[in-house]
Design a protein around this ligand. Structure first.
Ligand code: DX5
Ligand code: ZN
Length: 221
């Protein structure tokens, strides 16, 4: 068995009670809190920004894993760092200067992540592997929760696992992850699983705990 990080996406939480929802998934066994930031430009939906992250940051001490689906991204990195992000992930497709964005995140003292949309090949990572702490493989087209997992990405996860070698990089998978596919995702090489709708099903911390445990058991085998 291997140690899997489960990162519930608060995109599927009740936004009217976002602080309490974060406290609930913390109590339910979430390892990280995954925050999906969408700008209505890089992706066809708008979610929340740095001020909301700052407002809910006091509701847990767990790692804030901030997934920026925004372009341009560089002008906003400092705001997310100051809001309490621990990991800041940018998209390889968000602009021509991925290397600069990753350097800027580390210069802010945060862990740097890079995310790939489903149609982006893993070769986008070739020259940034030494600048990243996390690689995020999207297994849906980013923009919405509740979509179906794209099986085409399993091969990409396997290839990226091989590329990582012994580097201390986490390999995260995001989109359509459930207790039913968590084993396949982990077997392909992922060690960090984001799940939104599959975690926030039900409405109590007890439901969330069951949902997180089911994903963890499936992934850890
Ligand atoms: C999609 C987001 C995902 C998504 C996960 O753009 O990055 O984090 O909300 O939600 P589910 O698990 O419902 O696909
Ligand atoms: Zn995400």
């Amino acid at each position: 068995t291997k140690e899997i990080v489960i990162a519930p996406s608060i995109l599927a939480a009740n936004f009217a009670r976002l602080g309490e929802e974060i406290a609930a998934i913390d109590a339910a066994g979430a390892d990280w809190i995954h925050c999906d930031v969408m700008d209505g430009h890089f992706v066809p939906n708008i979610s929340f920004g740095a001020d909301v992250i700052k407002a809910v940051r006091p509701f847990t001490t767990k790692t804030f894993d901030v997934h920026l689906m925004i372009a341009p991204v560089d002008p906003y990195l400092e705001a997310f760092a100051k809001a309490g992000a621990d990991i800041i992930t940018v998209h390889a497709e968000a602009g021509p200067h991925l290397d600069r964005s990753l350097q800027a995140i580390r210069a802010l003292g945060k862990k740097a992540g890079v995310s790939l949309c489903p149609a982006t090949p893993e070769s986008a990572l070739d020259y940034v592997l030494d600048r990243v702490d996390l690689i995020l493989v999207m297994t849906v087209n980013p923009g919405f929760g509740g979509q179906s997992f794209l099986g085409s990405q399993i091969e990409k996860i396997q290839r990226i696992r091989a590329m990582i070698g012994d580097r201390p990089i986490r390999l995260e998978v995001d989109g359509g992850v459930t207790r039913d596919n968590a084993a396949i995702v982990a077997a392909a090489g992922a060690d960090t699983l984001v799940a939104g709708s599959a975690v926030f099903r039900g409405n109590s911390s007890a439901d969330y705990a069951n949902n997180i445990a089911a994903i963890r058991v499936a992934a850890e085998g």
